[in-house]
Ligand binder design. Structure first.
Ligand SMILES: [Zn+2]
Length: 145
């Protein structure tokens, strides 16, 4: 039972896992009274709206992050809630589309040649304020010296 997290139970309740994962959890539920208790508890949490990841999940439903968001996730420049949501989407839901997309982005980041660097530079420029802020900070630092 320890292998199944609360997040996975919530995803199970949302019917948002792969068939294999759904089957694994169903089997585990059949075999384990403590896990059945955990599932009942998860259902009560949902009724009370206490499970924040579950709440995010329900709000966003099955929405996949965009490729830009995945890129920002890799660079860890998203706010905590978004970062958590994407991590949940990738690691608990194991969305095959996003896992593949992320692997592709990782390969791009590792492939250093100019072409990839140019692509990355463009990505940096097009992505959120955080990067602009850090660039401005750097400018200020050099000015101070
Ligand atoms: Zn996805």
């Amino acid at each position: 039972m320890s292998e199944i997290s609360r997040e996975q139970l919530h995803a199970y309740l949302d019917d948002a896992l792969s068939d294999a994962e759904m089957a694994r959890i169903e089997q585990a539920l059949r075999d384990s009274e403590p896990l059945r208790r955990a599932l009942r508890q998860a259902m009560q949490e949902r009724d009370r709206g206490e499970h924040s990841l579950g709440a995010v999940w329900r709000r966003e439903r099955l929405t996949c992050p965009t490729r830009e968001q995945l890129g920002s996730y890799l660079l860890q420049v998203l706010d905590e809630e978004q970062q958590d949501y994407i991590e949940f989407h990738l690691q608990v839901i194991e969305c095959p589309y996003c896992v593949a997309n992320l692997a592709d982005l990782q390969a791009l980041q590792q492939e250093a040649p100019p072409q990839a660097r140019e692509r990355r530079r463009r990505f940096f420029q097009s992505s959120a304020g955080y990067l602009h802020v850090s660039r401005d900070t750097k400018k200020n630092e050099t000015r101070r010296k």
